[in-house]
Write a protein that binds this ligand. Structure first.
Ligand code: FES
Length: 122
């Protein structure tokens, strides 16, 4: 909603390669990489758990390095290559990390895994 409240002139155009696909986004200077992925690109596999750099639910790879997307401004990564959980599958087959999440009921931040307290409340 906040992104709609500012004019296009106040936004910055950035280019990202996300899961191997090049894309251009107009983002506010304060837009996090996490919000850019979730709200601009609808890649909701990257989760917003704590939004404070504590849980790791927002972890993505940026140019092959682990990054907490909630603590990273999207404009800082202009030109970068981002891999989200959606980008790990190859040829329709789950990546071992994706399979492990399914096998062990690991969702969101994982604080409660395997207790799954948050799943019971959802
Ligand atoms: S959402 Fe928890 S570390 Fe980013």
């Amino acid at each position: 909603m906040m992104a709609e409240a500012i004019s296009t002139a106040e936004k910055t155009q950035i280019g990202l390669t996300v899961n191997g696909v090049g894309t251009e986004l107009n983002v506010a200077p304060w837009t996090t990489l996490l919000d850019a992925l979730r709200e601009h690109l609808d890649l909701t596999g990257t989760k917003k758990g704590c939004d404070h750099g504590q849980c790791g639910a927002c972890t993505v790879l940026v140019d092959g390095r682990r990054v907490l997307a909630c603590l990273t401004l999207a404009v800082m990564k202009d030109g970068a290559s981002v891999t989200t959980i959606e980008g790990l599958a190859k040829d329709g087959a789950l990546h071992p990390l994706q399979q492990a999440f399914i096998d062990h009921d690991a969702f969101q931040c994982g604080y409660c895994t395997p207790g799954q307290i948050c799943r019971r409340q959802a």
